[in-house]
Design a protein around this ligand. Sequence first.
Ligand code: GL4
Length: 817
Amino acid sequence: MPVEKQAGEAQTSIRAAFLNHLTHTIGRTLENSTPLEQYRALAHTVRDLVMEHWITTVNSYRDRDLRIVSYLSAEFLLGPHLPNNLQNLGLTQDCTAALSTLGLNFSEIAVQEPEPGLGNGGLGRLAACFMDSLATLQVPAIGYGIRYEFGMFRQEIRDGWQVERTDKWLQFGNPWEIPASDACFSVGYGGTVEMVTDESGRLRPLWKPGQCVRGVPYDTPISGYQTNTVNRLRLWKAEAIESFDFQAFDTGDYMGAVREKLVSETITKVLYPSDDTPEGKRLRLQQQYFFVACSLQDMIRIHGVRQRPLNEFHLKWSVQLNDTHPSIGIAELMRLLMDVHDFGWDEAWEVTHKTFGYTNHTLLPEALERWSLPLFAELLPRHLQIIFEINRRFLDDMRQRFLNDDEKMRRMSLIGEEGERSVRMANLAVVGSKAVNGVAELHTELLEEETLHDFYEAFPKRFSNKTNGVTPRRWLMLCNPALAGLINESIGTKWHTELDELRGLEKFAGDQGFLDRWEKTQHATKAELAKYIQSTTGIAVDPASMFDAQVKRIHEYKRQHLNALHILSLYCQIKAQSGLTMTPRTFIFGGKAAPSYKMAKLIIKLIHSVADVVNNDPDVRGQLKVVFLADYSVSLGQRVYPAADLAEQISTAGKEASGTGCMKFQMNGAVTIGTLDGANIEIRKEAGEENFFLFGLTAPQIGDLQRGGYRPRDFYERNPLLREVIDGLQNGRFSNGDRALFAPLVSDLLDRDSYMLLADFDSYSTVQEEVGRAYGDSPRWGRMSVLNTARSGKFSSDRTIREYCRDIWDVPVMSRT
Ligand code: GL4
């Protein structure tokens, strides 16, 4: 039995390597080690295996001399590495068995891994899914980003309010990263630009930065699923060029001796915790320029190692800008080519604009990055000159094409003139890139027709849609092993890398025996989440109730408060008719609010107040339960997605660029209640209308209503149940008599309601009733659930990455068949 023998060998060698690391890397014996130390020893064991593939990957890329994809992103929200790497290596079972021979439990050790939370939400998690797919499809790729010392804050809840705590993920070291001291670069800020004459007598600008910091790269290997490919995620840390000033020390200025170090290291200290709303702060621009400047220097270095002339840079690199955060790279590449490598303007521009692609991730106007001109001039004076020159040439060109349409020129300019003058990063990104894309069909359409319409008119061919996707390895196989096992048994395992194969499940959607197994599996997963809920919140929930989940950042446009208003309306109905029965539901919320976003924080408090009222009123008879899971993260998502029956995707139409949580729910067999927004539209198209609960106004209807003078108070007055709920919020019924608590929320809803909750409330409630009935009909629900999973193939990030490779990056992907 050679296969079993092999398996036995793998176990033995994992066991030996683990014990070896425990002794030699950690310095402990098995008996006197803590679970955290055992985790670190195990992480080193697995990393060693990954590193072997890394070496072969580097060599094979060198031999193939292919174009490399460089993914520039200020955020990579990776989630735990250990279980994912084991799965990719096909060693999960062997590892679990090896540990159990030592009396250790794999899951208990794995939960020790601190999560690398280097992102806010969807945008950062998308970058992580892309890294997974790039490695799995064996595309030569490097992810470049920032090694934040403190990632996304930890969320605690005190008395229903969010409290932020520092995330010290690096406190006990990070076994997954390797510092690469041979590729450090310096990055300048501030100072002056002077015109100097060079050796050949040419007058040229010379930037003399006022401050310099050093970028040190830390590499994390990113393994592909069942391939030998391991790509590199290179995250930069800022350090002082000279970390200790001996002169200052000698003169007795002890603090001064380390000041430089402190100032420099601040640049990569902390992740900005705002999603969709840039803060326009100096440090943020410093961060952006820092990682982009290091990354471009690194690419030029690698290009040199490959012995290629720089005018072929764009033939050997495709650089993707994950939103505008790295878009300063366009000016930086121009600067490097002209000021450091002697290119003329035209030659430099030819290379630059063929190198970059730009992905837009948001339509919210307040989220389009703009930097005040004085700030920009102070930090990056040379780049500002370059941006002015790009703008001058660009507008000259446009003026000819659009016959001096001044209004249009004003809109397209890279420099905003309204209010304080500013640099418009989205305009820079579009003008300096060969390709621009949105992240779902509706989003791209709205970019083309509204947000970036002038640019779309000027360069229609530059635009395309690339609907987001998520990796089925983490978001189905790893997080839902029971369901994945049932699927493997039913249709084989090809779906692991060809997610469209899930279509094979359709034929079981009417098979009662299969549906029973499907439901049993889901019930067991729900029971696990129920245990977690009990242990973290003390609330007992029934796994037989419908698990209705809304997990995502807390934001008014995502409308968690619409969900809360609906729960209160159910509660009011129960109170009004004693004995009323309804489909039992557990409402599960999770998500963080930006620390400075008052209304979002009040929404968290609202959810807790609703939970207090509903969970503790005996009249409810346990039919409704509301829980808020604190500190939402990738790991927590891995518990929630597989256990949900219903996914809430209820953003105001036209506001959610895509959404990716919706895809994770669908893969795991949840049915969606949603608006025609972002990727919901495509999920509904794939799943079939009858397997999706649609409600609410469409994006054009929202626009019409807003233009026609929307009066939320009319909706309040017309609907008695809505009135009862809002009045209750106003008169303290849901806040122990505190009338002031929700006053800001109520007055916003009644007088402005920018996200149209009141306009959509009726339709949402009606469809929720239909959801309740459908859940009561188990064969119907089971069928909907299976068909959602069966038809989720489109939302694999493998599909998305294949499209980027084909349409934008022009690189081949490896086919497995
Ligand atoms: C976001 C969008 O809000 C979200 O809809 C999208 O799915 C995600 C990835 O494309 O990007 N944009 C920003 S900013 N944060 C996001 O999560």
